[in-house]
Design a protein around this ligand. Structure first.
Ligand SMILES: CC(C)(COP(=O)(O)OP(=O)(O)OC[C@H]1O[C@@H](n2cnc3c(N)ncnc32)[C@H](O)[C@@H]1OP(=O)(O)O)[C@@H](O)C(=O)NCCC(=O)NCCS
Length: 222
């Protein structure tokens, strides 16, 4: 088992629990196992993780193998992330949410609590997920969005509380999605309106593009 922890990697302090798999590369100034009140379990990260400086990952969070994480990513507690997930810089995952396998999340994305992202989903830069329709005006529980397998969300889109984006759907840049999007549907505009997928496109994201796309800044660079 080998961990490449660069100098001055911080833990969350006394009592911190981190379980890290083999062949991790963790930059300086990363906080793993960040403690919060009433935490119960460690931060668990699988094999071959790459985690860049400025990132903070709380306890009670589980992440699979081959996790690639950019700079200044915040992942709060009770988060579950699958294998082969990429999360780019300045993205925030609030606590209590789920991300599947083979998901790519670009920079400056906000995933609020109770969001569910299934497998092979692409989330473009600056996408915002919401979970409360009338914030601070009602006692109902938060309602996160659900993005089904193989869907793609364009940059700057806003996904409203409780919305389901069907499998293979494509959301246009800047859309405000306030209704469920049927599977394999194109949705764009404010509010988003529905159209057929362009005929030449496959019915869902191509796994080879999500899993093997060249990373000009990471360890896959020749
Ligand atoms: C929504 C999208 C998939 C549509 O592509 P398309 O089906 O090829 O559509 P077209 O470019 O032919 O445009 C069709 C019409 O929709 C409009 N339109 C296209 N994208 C739009 C968008 N995001 N919001 C509002 N209107 C849009 C076009 O202006 C055009 O209108 P017109 O017929 O009145 O001229 C694409 O424009 C898009 O937003 N892709 C997401 C890109 C992205 O965020 N990538 C992130 C990785 S960097």
């Amino acid at each position: 088992m080998s961990h490449v922890f660069h100098e001055s990697v911080c833990s969350g302090g006394p009592g911190t629990a981190v379980q890290m798999g083999c062949h991790a590369e963790v930059d300086p100034n990363v906080q793993l196992g960040y403690l919060y009140p009433n935490w119960t379990g460690p931060t668990v990260i699988g094999n071959e993780a790459t985690i860049r400086s400025g990132t903070v990952i709380y306890t009670d969070t589980t992440i699979g193998d081959r996790f690639t994480c950019g700079h200044h990513v915040t992942i709060r507690a009770r988060v579950s992330i699958g294998n082969d997930v990429v999360i780019l810089h300045q993205t925030t995952l609030e606590g209590n949410l789920r991300v599947g396998n083979g998901v790519k999340i670009m920079a400056h994305v906000y995933l609020c609590s109770a969001t569910q992202i299934d497998d092979l989903v692409f989330i473009g830069p600056g996408v915002t997920f919401l979970n409360s329709k009338y914030p601070m005006r009602e006692h109902t529980p938060v309602q996160g969005a659900h993005v089904e397998t193989g869907a793609s969300i364009g940059g700057g889109a806003t996904i409203c509380p409780g919305v389901t984006i069907g499998h293979g759907a494509i959301i246009g840049a800047g859309a405000v999605v306030n209704k469920d999007v049927p599977p394999q549907t194109l949705a764009y505009g404010v509010p988003a309106r529905f159209h057929p997928l362009p005929e030449n496109l496959p019915e869902e994201n191509l796994s080879e593009l999500l899993l093997n796309s060249p990373d000009l800044w990471g360890k896959k660079m020749p």
